[in-house]
Design a protein around this ligand. Structure first.
Ligand code: EPU
Length: 366
């Protein structure tokens, strides 16, 4: 059977920012045979789209899109753990609910994260003290050049904070078709994160999930009601010396020490302290309850979100000398681009950042 595909396809309902964009070609592969029917993409601009909840179409024209449609959930019970294999196109939150209903625990802290299962490993989604990698066993990945499926172990995926091999060496060289999880039967609630620490130690997985849903719903806007893509920026990671300086100036600065000695800061706090929580410019703005979330009140233009994001970046750089890098993926008609390479067509307000780029703390844009 021929693979399902379309021409001149509107992507407005395929991105949670609800930006108006379309692509000249979209493919929906759902089997190995269909993947093998994909055209040669080596010289083409393309983007692999999941549910579109971490994607910003910067221009009205998008490149060729591939949206994998692999479905199905399979559970194998072993003595002390469950192996759960899930198709990339399954919805993440539905999977969390399904597992809990089956008595399989572990994903409860990751409830209500928008998006597909196949997108979860790409940026190693995380929330409330748990991340995707904690339960990942292996990833099935289709390689375009060899036209074959590969199994990648968790170690091979090189998961890090909002990062994996799929954003690095294997970027655009293939796509994820299936994810395999390992859930140990010995389960303990992870209540370390602020907001969950009020729960009783003996809370059930379902009670933890209910609390996570309550927390998220109180701070994060529902994309169906107020279009957004969750956290817009990554939480910046700075070195010890830079952090010491910041802490001296801002004793209350929230911070999370990392295993390697570096310090993760809260981008939402930085934006909030820069006075931008609830800021609105035209039809786009900064969410009232969580400054890390940019919201779309009705704009059709991705460029307006870019101008807002660049404005926030300048304000935060000026006040804290910290560089904010988006977590959201930026898609132009030529494919994905780094945020720093995008021009600001209509700057909100010109702010001069003192010093050169080298004096700005934090990781660089890639
Ligand atoms: N804060 C403020 N003002 C704000 C927002 C936050 O002062 O407007 C402060 C909070 O009071 C807290 C700190 O900043 O002290 C951190 O805030 P929060 O716990 O809400 O989490 P976050 O760092 O803003 C991260 C993830 C979220 C995830 C939450 C909960 C990133 C980029 N974001 O946000 O993930 O849900 O932790 O674990 O790592 C996403 O990636 O799309 C996402 C929503």
């Amino acid at each position: 059977m021929a693979m399902h595909s379309n021409q001149n396809y509107s992507l407005k309902s395929s991105n949670s920012f609800n930006i108006k964009a379309s692509c000249s070609r979209i493919y929906f592969p759902s089997s190995l045979a269909e993947l093998q029917q994909l055209p040669d993409l080596s010289s083409e601009n393309f983007y692999i789209l999941g549910d579109g909840s971490n994607t910003l179409f910067v221009e009205s024209q998008a490149p060729t899109i591939i949206q994998p449609k692999f479905n199905g959930i399979n559970i194998v019970e072993q003595d002390d753990h469950f192996i759960v294999t899930v198709g990339a196109a399954e919805n993440w939150h539905d999977l969390v609910c399904f597992c809990l209903d089956q008595g399989i625990y572990g994903l409860e802290n990751l409830a209500l994260i928008p998006g597909s299962v196949g997108a979860a490993p790409v940026q190693n989604i995380g929330a409330y003290g748990v991340e995707f990698a904690d339960f990942c066993q292996e990833i099935q990945w289709y390689e375009f050049s060899s036209e074959t499926l590969h199994s990648l172990t968790k170690q091979a995926c090189r998961f890090a904070y909002r990062d994996s091999i799929f954003k690095q060496e294997r970027y655009n060289k293939g796509l994820i078709t299936q994810v395999t999880f390992n859930f140990p039967k010995a389960w303990q609630a992870n209540l370390s994160y602020a907001g969950l620490d009020t729960l009783a130690k003996k809370s059930t997985a379902k009670q933890v999930m209910a609390q996570v849903i309550a927390l998220r719903s109180s701070k994060l806007p529902d994309p169906k009601e107020l279009p957004n893509a969750g956290s817009f920026f990554k939480n910046p990671i700075v070195n010890d010396a830079d952090f010491a300086q910041l802490q001296q100036q801002y004793p209350k600065i929230p911070h999370y020490p990392q295993k390697n000695g570096e310090i993760k800061l809260a981008a939402g706090w930085l934006i909030d302290q820069a006075g931008l929580k609830g800021f609105r410019h035209g039809d786009v703005g900064v969410h009232q309850q969580q400054a890390l979330v940019l919201v779309n009140y009705g704009s059709e233009l991705g460029a307006e979100i870019i101008s807002l994001a660049k404005y926030i970046q300048r304000k935060v750089a000026k006040k804290f000398s910290v560089s904010l890098i988006p977590e959201v993926r930026m898609i132009t008609h030529k494919g994905e681009r780094s945020f720093s390479s995008l021009s600001d067509l209509n700057p909100i307000e010109n702010i001069t950042v003192i010093g050169d780029g080298n004096s700005i703390r934090g990781s660089s844009d890639d």
